[in-house]
Write a protein that binds this ligand. Sequence first.
Ligand code: AMP
Length: 593
Amino acid sequence: MSRVIGIDLGTTNSCVSVVENDKPVIIPSATGATTTPSIVAFTKNGERLVGEAAARQAVTNPERTIESVKRHMGSEWSARIDGKEYKPQTISAMILMQLKKDAEQFLGEEVTEAVITVPAYFNDIQRQATKDAGRIAGLNVKRIINEPTSAALSYGLNHGEPQKVMVYDLGGGTFDVSIIEIGEGIIEVLATSGNNHLGGDDFDERLVQEIVRRFKEKTRVDLSKDFAAMQRIREAAERAKKELSTSDTTHIMQPFITQVKGEALHLDMVITRQEFEAMISDLIQKTEDPVRNALNDAHISPSQLGRVLLVGGSTRVPAVQRKVREMTGKEPSRNINPDECVAKGAAILGSTLQGRGLVAAGTGQDLLLLDVTPLSLSIETVGGVATRIVQRNTTLPARYSQIFSTAAPYQRNVDIHVLQGERPMARDNKTIGKFRLKGIKPAPAGVPQIEVTFDIDANGILKVSARDLDTGREQSITITADDRMSDMEIQQAMQDAQNYASQDKVRKDAIEMLGEANKLLVRTERCVKNAGKLLDKAVKKQVKADTAKLQKLVAKCRLDRVDENQLAEIRSAKEQLERSAGDILTQYDGGQQ
Ligand code: AMP
């Protein structure tokens, strides 16, 4: 049975984990890192880059680089590159494919199943879009799980005392805080809050501004318009920030940062932790309101919290930890790496779903994850009213039914308009689906009985169905909100993903083949020269012809367009030259390869 991987599909970085010998371990990326930047880029020659490789070229290729796609999940947003439209699901699928590939490399086996995490506030469409991204990437998504719930699993909290826990998650670009309740085999999200545009990137920006200001003060040179210098400063600022998490001072040294009248200027300054903390104190302060809101929504005071968990790379900043301590009066738990605990929790759940028993504590008991609907769900009824079927904050999984009737005499069809939101009128809420129940038995208005059922599964994914109770006829109904990808679109995206995979393979093979062909051509030329007059005329003629043919094919081959046929042609020309030059190569190579 193939293993289930746990994926933290983050806004800035993603992380993947798997359970090995009953413990979740982080799967390293191709470059050996524990996290992969959630970045996708397309080079001018049609190559697709994901992760570290995409991050490295992001500044020089911004219009072909896509970052923070998670912010657009479930929306109409799309990126247009080389005339092709990419939806958020498709871009996310590319990141997932990379993580899948890294996992396969690490495990030495095919990986087809995953648990993927999403923020607790993600709505149905955003969850569905995440699931679709998994499908496009060739993954059977066994569960979509809330990030704070996943963090709690990684700490094994589901095996301890029942308690309420705060999960404080400060990443690169987002801040989320959740209050969860852990009971006997149950984890429930009680409340969530946050700020979608607050994180470590803002800390970096403050440092960059300070570096530019100090440099200007000292040299009168404004680096802010110097593209290359700013790029170096940004990287140096992030490094300095990380260093200040463990040291009291950091030395920023960037030689030859710019030139003035032919004279090189160097960036050389020391920043203390105290200075850095002063620069970011208002940003850290901004986490206070969401924390208070989450506690209020959960109807608890900080003293009722059993634990506080830190998640996200930016919680490594000591001033952030101090703030959490000050707000909650608790020492936050941070014995699990904050950038890894979400993925590890997902891996633990994946292993549990596979019936491997619950790792970490090994109880083997089933775990029920109870989440809540972030907003109310309704349908539109007469007069454009939003009639509520599922209340906000209802615990999942949930199933609610209500009976409706027709508004006009002898009405044959009813349109069901599914809405999400708290407003009383349909038009003020978000449409998340529309469908038509056809073939109702003709009757006066108000006579037919139509049962509408909302079914929300443990992943928070919603299915709406309608049944004419008179005829017993239940129509097969799917939600076709424009925001969602249709099955056909998903199929198309899966096909594209597969096309990419085979194209990538041909390219990889071509690079190898061209390398070998070039080596052979150089070697043959050297041996022909070494043999000189000793060479048989007929052999020489044949080798010359075969060399010319291979040279021509190699020169013609373009990596962005190469196909299987061209590759086969080069392979056969190479083999032909190996045959005709075989003897010369063994006799006249002077021991060289
Ligand atoms: P995440 O999105 O959870 O991966 O968090 C990424 C953010 O954490 C980025 O802004 C990083 O610069 C930041 N980060 C990672 N390590 C550290 C560290 N040691 N000190 C401060 N910030 C860090």
